[in-house]
Design a protein around this ligand. Structure first.
Ligand code: MEV
Length: 432
């Protein structure tokens, strides 16, 4: 049964599985089979995935789908999405199609600055620290040249370093607050390497130039990137919002109200923004970017005014409906998984090898589209109608329905409300 282990990481993959099965599953062979069935028969491909992380046992599949018909700044895109939640890809596709005939999505990168900090403690006089920093600043940058040389050749690098006094919030706490331009790289390694070099130079020089020592606490990039911003927008005449039995004026009014509610009500804002992240994370993941970094940064941005609020905004002015969002996105299209994971390479290929700036715009559009689709459903038919139809397939698969059973039941629910119990009832009825 469950046990502690030492040297686990040194075991082979098969030995790790054996250990797991012996100590957690009472030597159950079906567990071994469940893990091994996801191994890729192409050994090289499997090894590639094994080496992405540590203690790999198998692969964990996520569906990889596409949402076509996105028109962004007059260019057509088919957007790759990796996500487990039903309805998300369908919703993105639906929103893309809706806006395709209404001018498409307009986007703009506002800024691309990334941030990193060296956090340190200093008990001496602030004036001495300030003049030491002014003196040493150019050396901080020069000593990092071996790291920044290539990035500079391409037009990026360190933008600035500032000394920040945080002693009113925490005794003796100061920062070197650095800004960077990392071009098409997400830049985490670049920024962290620069910061560690700053810390080294700073501490060494302080030893001879300051009376009191500098104690470096840590050097790390920030995932809060409010100056790495992108804007996405859709807009059309209110009358052009009409669709089927939806009255465009009522729709626009309710839609704007729904956004305003998310602007002032944090409980709603969190769910509203979660829907946006359905689109954003799916594209971020499919393109090999760090969705946890994006999540952390985006939600912090949603609280920038002191209260957690909607990331999107909407208005009707002079008969024109406008729906937009500005969000921070630190993304890369080179480095990391982008040249390693075959499906990431494919996804970037599908997007026509975007620059990081272009990817920021595509990802922002996926978020805006997702929010549009969610609010359209919520303020008209309700979310469950579409959602449960998509969920129907999951329930059918759970019950291992045959293709014949699936067809009959899907037909039945074309005119009936889907609920878990109603589907189970139909399956039982069919199976006698
Ligand atoms: C579900 O994953 C996302 C929604 O809840 C978003 C929203 O409520 O706006 C539908």
């Amino acid at each position: 049964m469950a046990a502690l282990v030492s040297g686990f990481s040194k075991l082979s993959k098969t030995e790790k599985i054996d250990w797991l099965v012996t100590h957690h599953f009472s030597k159950n062979d079906s567990i071994k089979q469940a893990l091994k069935q996801y191994w890729n028969s192409d050994e090289k491909l499997q090894q590639l995935h094994d080496e992405f992380i540590e203690n790999t046992l198998t692969n964990f599949y996520l569906p990889f789908g596409v949402a076509p018909n996105f028109v962004i700044n007059d260019k057509i895109y088919t957007i790759p999405m990796a996500i487990e939640e039903s309805s998300v890809v369908a919703a993105a596709s639906k929103a893309a199609k809706f806006w395709q005939t209404r001018g498409g999505f307009k986007t703009k990168v506002i800024s691309t600055t990334k941030i990193g900090q060296v956090h340190f403690m200093y008990k001496g006089k602030k004036e001495a620290l300030t003049s030491f920093f002014d003196e040493i600043k150019s050396k901080l940058i020069t000593d990092a040249k071996p790291i920044t040389k290539n990035m500079e050749k391409r037009g990026g690098g360190i933008l600035d370093i500032q000394l920040i006094d945080k002693t009113t919030d925490l005794d003796n706490y100061y920062q070197l607050h650095a800004t960077f331009e990392t071009l098409d790289a997400m830049g985490a390694n670049f920024i962290n390497s620069c910061l560690e070099q700053f810390a080294k130079t700073f501490k060494t020089e302080a030893e001879t130039q300051l009376a009191e020592p500098v104690e470096i606490v840590m050097s790390i990039l920030s995932n809060y990137v409010p100056e790495c911003l992108v804007r996405a927008e859709v807009s059309c005449k209110v009358e052009d919002l009409s669709e089927k039995d939806i009255d465009p004026n009522t729709f626009a009014e309710k839609f704007v109200q729904a956004v305003k509610i998310a602007e002032i009500e944090p409980y709603r804002a969190v769910t509203h923004n979660k829907g946006i992240m359905n689109g954003i994370d799916a594209v971020v993941l499919a393109t090999g970017n760090d969705f946890r970094a994006v999540e952390a940064g985006v939600h912090a941005y949603a609280s920038k005014d002191g209260r957690y609020s909607s990331l999107t905004h909407a208005k009707v002015e002079n008969g024109v409906f406008t729906f937009w969002m500005e969000i921070p996105l630190a993304l890369g299209t080179v480095g990391g998984l982008t040249s390693l994971h075959p499906l990431v390479k494919l996804a970037l290929n599908l997007l026509d090898h975007p620059t990081a700036k272009q990817l920021m715009q595509i990802v922002a559009v996926a978020g805006l589209a997702q929010n549009f689709a969610a609010l359209r459903s919520l303020t008209t038919t309700g979310i469950q109608e579409g959602h449960m139809k998509m969920h129907l397939m999951n329930i059918l698969n759970q019950f291992e329905a045959t293709p014949q059973e699936k067809e009959t039941i899907i037909n039945h629910f074309k005119n009936n409300t889907v609920s878990h119990s109603a589907v189970v009832e139909q399956i039982e009825k069919l199976r006698g």
